[in-house]
Design a binder for this molecule. Structure first.
Ligand SMILES: *Cc1c(COP(=O)(O)O)cnc(C)c1O
Length: 402
């Protein structure tokens, strides 16, 4: 089985798992227990992990709030800012290609009486900075734009967005889940005030994540979304997931040392995969601006081939994602690709390849062969492909409803 779905989740690094194990057995303490050594050991381990994670993103450890993952961190940032800054205004700006954790938190904000502007993206997947500027009003409290997109790997112009927010005096939040631990992310340099990320997309365990909350110039606060013991400076109650946090910390430490070399190796493999597929197969397109992309991601549309069907041709051997999302009733084309103007049909024809630390060159060679074969096979069976090859203008064909 070849795993090319690292944007969905990464396997834990064995070095991470090794550091976690003692915190299930010898050191099972609650980090909030102040009156015995079990508690002290746990607290110390959490403090250490907080430092490892803060170092990775160049912030103060006090600015890290632990959560159960990026979904919770996104919710805490968006709803928490909306509630905390309600006297200043009720308007939030985000964009249409965000992760559902951001979009659905924004929908909830609308139900709570807020107003949300959803910026469109251009054909290359990036937002238009002039549109962002024009959207900011004196009621705007937050701009939330993701760092790197999970489906395409596209990196938004963070520095420019940060400058606009600074100039207009609004808070800037970013879901950086797909970027942290893969490329150098420096929220302070970019003017990001709140930033969500998660352990299980950077070779750590699932169920633990963090929200960076800027503490000085400006001092940012969010309203807690959970009531309880007042952990995490009152912003996130709940007993800390000590083994998870220890693993997250170790994952951050490893990333800090190795992400540069990982990225270099993976970008070469990704380029090999992409270039060979494009050379082997006609009518393929890479989705998104290749100059603004994460090094390990490639999203390709194979014209006149249905992505889910293509995956079936090698389903038993390669794990990856298609540009179709399963809803209860039907297969929907990816809203991210559709927002980029890719079109329903090409969105359904796309595959997302996301490589990771444990991807080997043989895996890529295997994937190239399997995808090439699969696409050719699907096209051989396709009357639409045959018509296309015969030069029929498919847009002029009137399809019957049967
Ligand atoms: C995976 C992902 C999330 C959700 O993270 P969890 O830790 O699984 O809740 C949020 N945003 C982006 C961009 C993601 O890729």
């Amino acid at each position: 089985m070849i795993y090319l779905d690292n944007n969905a989740t990464t396997p834990a690094d064995p070095r991470v798992v090794d550091t976690m194990i003692p915190f299930f057995y010898e050191n099972p303490g609650n980090a909030a227990s102040r009156n015995h050594p079990y508690g002290w050991v746990a607290e110390e381990a959490v403090d250490y992990a907080r430092e490892q994670i803060a170092n990775l993103i160049h912030v103060d450890p006090k600015e890290i709030i632990f959560t159960s993952g990026a979904t919770e961190a996104d919710n805490l940032a968006i709803k928490g800012v909306f509630e905390m800054y309600s006297r200043k205004g009720n308007h939030i700006i985000t964009c249409t290609t965000e992760h559902k954790a951001v979009l659905d938190a924004c929908k909830k904000v609308e139900k709570m009486g807020g107003e949300v502007t959803y910026l469109d993206v251009k054909g290359d997947g990036l937002i238009d900075l002039d549109e962002l500027k024009a959207a900011i009003t004196d009621k705007t409290v937050l701009v939330s734009i993701m760092y790197a997109n999970n489906e395409t790997g596209l990196i938004q112009p963070m520095k420019e967005i940060g400058e606009i927010c600074e100039e207009k005096g609004v808070l800037f939040m970013s879901d950086a889940t797909q970027a942290v631990g893969k490329i150098d992310v420096n929220p302070k340099e970019l003017g990001i005030h709140l930033m969500a990320f998660t352990s299980h997309k950077m070779y750590g365990p699932k169920g633990v994540g963090a929200l960076f909350v800027n503490r000085k110039n400006p001092r940012v606060k969010v309203t807690a979304q959970m009531d309880g013991g007042g952990h995490e400076r009152g912003m996130r109650s709940g007993t800390l997931n000590v083994p998870g946090i220890v693993g997250f910390g170790k994952a951050a430490e490893i990333a800090m040392k190795e992400m540069k070399q990982d990225a270099e190796r993976l970008s070469k493999l990704r380029d090999k995969l992409e270039q060979t597929l494009l050379a082997n197969l006609e009518e393929c397109e890479v989705n998104g601006n290749p100059a603004h992309r994460m090094p390990h991601v490639s999203n390709i549309s194979f014209k006149h081939v249905e992505g889910e069907g293509l995956m079936m041709t090698f389903n038993q051997n390669i794990a990856l994602s298609s540009g179709s999302a399963c809803t209860s009733a039907s297969l929907e084309p990816s809203y991210v690709l559709v927002a980029m103007g890719v079109g329903d049909e090409l969105a359904h024809s796309s595959l997302r390849f996301s490589l990771g630390r444990f991807t080997k060159e043989e895996d890529i060679d295997y994937a190239i062969e399997a995808v090439t074969k699969g696409v050719n096979h699907m096209r051989d069976l396709s009357p639409i492909w045959e018509m296309y090859k015969e030069g029929v203008d498919l847009s002029s064909v009137e399809w019957s409803e049967h």
